[in-house]
Design a protein around this ligand. Structure first.
Ligand code: 3H9
Length: 711
């Protein structure tokens, strides 16, 4: 912790706890001790609180949650700052988030650099602000603005913070931060301004009808859109207290709600997701490797995936060369990119100038020689191994030495693709998800010979594109699609055994998914899976049960939304389908042909099968090294497959339910369907040892990263 600087009449308290100045117990103690010292110091006339390393504070130390509480608590620290007898100024640079902003709210004045961001993102961790944020913020900026900031958890830019009254002054980005802070504190002293307690602020309390309406509106909106989240309701309860109760009573209510949230499984799931995403982005393979420099990117293929990837690259600031087979296809690709940008402009998410700048970085070609100078080329051509092999042989011929050769394949074997080149170390899978410019997940598929430097380049690229990278090994479908194949089969078996697709979709939605598997199938288009099934028909294990329902729909040309008919019927409102009696009749007929007497499934029974299949295959994927750790499986399913974030991912969910219970379910289901329900050896061994997936995450982190602070 850096020594505090004392400058004449101003005591500077520096928050220093790298990397983000989280307010752990040592730092909290330091703040209280420094304030106590400054209070007694007759020379001190004002206190300036600032952060080290260009960041104020990211809030409470999330790793301390769940451990026995250690004094002083964050509310005590904030209370001490607010009740300080001399003016306290919070000097904000970088972010002031969560408890960090709550400390600033308890200060008497707040000033910030233009690039800073302020927010109370506790809702993303299943919490409510617990350091007085729900009580001080509404008093400072009003109920309506506070509801917006706290319920969204968004990072408010400093200029907006100034306009809503969250800060008192925007500083000059060209001048030294600390000296501007000291100047401001001196102004306060010389103008005779006194302490100004946020808890005493009353200016927004008077407008009772507007405040009540804002609270009701927030409750309605949360009921509509929070999909089972617990903390938003609690946030509103605590904010409501600012209208009805004195400050101290409001603080008691906030604490009560905070503790309820802290003890909820949703907080555990969301916190797991937070750390898992960060761990997944730095796998052991890249610890000692330097990424290659990337400036120019080549993209082969201007179809849906090629277009999405191109937009993502252009948004990331790269120069892009798109190669297509002829001018017509190239023009179509270019037009589709423009279409996406025009849509964003229409929605106010992009301005016309940005579109022009981005499009200026795009060039097109119909000859592979245009890729001679690119630093990385990614192909998004037809998903067929012979096509990919021929293309990579060509890329090997034209690309400069050191260029990364990437495939966007979703299933195919990267080792076989790499083997046709003279530089397999440079070949990697970069599996984007559709629409590639929107979906966060990027599976980085590492072949047997992919060199660490190329892996590191993939992860650096993901960061630049603001994607969530996860390292995956080579197998059919990698992590995500392989697991999807298995839980989707479990759903198909249930459908053939008696559950309707609508009932399955509903159960999955009630669990927290935005859509059920059959809605997803209708959205993606049934024809793609049908083509794959037909191509695999000759090699399919005849002993394995095969559900023909999807084929029966496709044979009628019912491919989902694009044909207005799939599992659902799409009439006027094309996106929201209706249940279709004809589909149910087809399912009944298929059951009859397969000799199956339908039985009923409760929602709970549906979910147990669906999730057990997911967890079991997740365990297989870890056991085989396709995923580094269970947390990598969680991140893939969370960021690419709609698994509800508040449950932390399937492996975290399994830990919370208890692995013995999941294994018992699998063993029970195996009595009916032994070929499909084979317990993963990893799951069995964890249950035997009384261990869980989290223990594997921990041991993998400590084995590979001595600096990891995961707890
Ligand atoms: C709270 O404040 C509750 C209170 O209201 C009440 C209490 C009573 N604690 O994301 P990055 C680590 S709840 C501990 O890669 P970036 C992170 O794990 C808190 N550690 O960097 C990573 O570690 P590692 C409310 C934290 O530049 C490293 O810092 N606050 C914390 O992309 C770098 O993080 C939040 O929810 C933390 N609070 O983004 C803010 N924050 O290197 C959460 C980060 O070992 N944090 N770490 O992997 C963020 O949103 C981003 O980390 C931030 C930086 C924007 C700050």
């Amino acid at each position: 912790m850096s020594a505090d600087i004392k400058d004449e009449s101003i005591t500077v308290i520096t928050l220093s706890n790298p990397p983000v100045n989280a307010l752990g117990q040592t730092l909290r103690r330091h703040i209280i001790d420094s304030l106590d010292k400054a209070e007694k110091d007759p020379a001190c006339q004002a206190v300036l609180i600032c952060g080290s390393n260009h960041i104020f504070s990211a809030g409470a130390d999330i790793k301390e949650f769940g451990l026995p509480p250690k004094a002083p608590s964050l509310p005590e620290v904030c209370q001490r700052a607010e009740s300080f007898s001399k003016p306290v100024v919070a000097l904000i640079e970088g972010v002031a988030l969560g408890g960090g902003l709550e400390l600033a709210l308890a200060a008497h004045y707040r000033i910030a650099m233009p690039a800073s961001k302020l927010g109370l993102p506790e809702v993303h961790l299943g919490l409510i602000p617990g350091g007085g944020g729900t009580q001080r913020m509404p008093r400072l900026i009003g109920i309506s603005a506070a509801l917006d900031v706290i319920l969204s958890g968004r990072h408010v830019p400093a200029s907006e913070a100034l306009s809503i009254g969250l800060i008192d002054r925007l500083l000059d980005s060209d001048k030294d931060v600390l000296s501007q802070g000291i100047t401001f504190a001196r102004e306060i002293i010389h103008s005779g301004s006194k302490v100004r307690k946020t808890c005493d602020e009353t200016k927004y309390q008077a407008d009772k009808p507007a405040n009540k309406a804002a609270l009701q509106q927030a409750r309605d909106s949360v009921a509509r859109s929070a999909r089972g989240l617990f903390s938003p309701e609690k946030i509103i309860d605590a904010i409501q207290a600012t209208l009805e109760k004195p400050f101290a009573e409001g603080m008691r209510i906030e604490r009560e709600c905070f503790i309820q949230c802290l003890n909820s499984p949703q907080h555990k799931g969301l916190t797991h997701a937070f750390f898992a995403e960060r761990e997944a982005a730095k796998p052991p393979q890249i610890h000692n490797a330097q990424p290659r420099d990337l400036k120019q990117i080549g993209i082969v293929g201007g179809g849906t995936m090629g277009v999405g990837i191109a937009i993502s690259m252009l948004d990331g600031g790269f120069n892009v060369v798109m190669v297509e087979r002829d001018e017509q296809a190239l023009a179509r690709g270019r037009a589709n990119i423009e279409k996406v940008y025009d849509m964003l402009i229409a929605k106010g998410r992009l301005n016309g100038g940005d579109k022009i700048t981005r499009m200026a970085h795009l060039t097109g070609a119909t000859d592979y020689s245009a890729l001679a100078q690119v630093d990385l080329v990614i192909e998004a051509v037809f998903e067929e191994i012979a096509v990919k092999k021929a293309l990579f042989a060509e890329l090997d011929r034209v690309c400069k030495p050191g260029a990364v050769l990437a495939s966007n394949t979703s299933y195919l074997n990267i080792n076989q693709i790499a083997a046709v080149t003279s530089r397999p170390g440079d070949v990697i899978g970069l599996h984007f998800f559709s629409p590639a410019n929107i979906m966060k997940l990027l599976e980085i598929v590492i072949g047997e010979k992919t060199c660490d430097e190329v892996v590191a380049t993939g992860f650096a690229l993901a960061k630049r594109l603001k994607k969530q990278p996860v390292r995956a090994g080579v197998c059919d479908g990698f992590i995500g699609n392989r697991i999807l194949g298995v839980y989707r089969t479990a759903a198909d078996y249930m459908m053939e055994d008696g559950a309707s697709p609508y009932q399955i979709d509903q159960a999955v939605r009630h669990f927290g998914y935005p859509m059920g598997p059959y809605q997803v199938s209708d959205l993606a288009g049934g024809d793609i899976g049908w083509a794959t099934r037909k191509s695999h028909a000759a090699t399919r294990d005849p002993k394995r049960r095969y559900v023909r329902i999807a084929d029966a729909l496709c044979e009628r040309g019912w491919f989902g939304q694009k044909t207005s008919h799939g599992y659902y019927l799409y009439n006027q409102d094309k996106r929201k389908g209706e249940e279709d009696p004809d589909v149910l009749a087809i399912i009944s007929e298929e059951r009859r042909k397969a000799g199956i007497k339908p039985r009923t499934f409760s929602e709970e029974q549906i979910l147990r099968r669906y999730l057990a299949a997911m967890v079991n295959e997740g365990a297989n994927v870890v056991q085989e090294g396709i995923a580094n750790r269970p947390l990598d499986v969680d991140v893939v399913l969370l960021s690419g497959y709609g698994f509800p974030r508040f449950r932390g991912g399937p492996m975290k969910y399994a830990d919370l339910v208890g692995l013995p219970k999941i294994l018992a379910d699998i063993n029970e289901f195996a009595k009916e369907e032994p070929l499909f329900w084979q317990p993963s050896p990893l799951l069995v061994s964890l249950v035997e040892k009384g261990a869980d997936f989290e223990s594997l995450n921990r041991s993998a982190s400590s084995a590979h990263s001595p600096t990891s602070k995961r707890s």
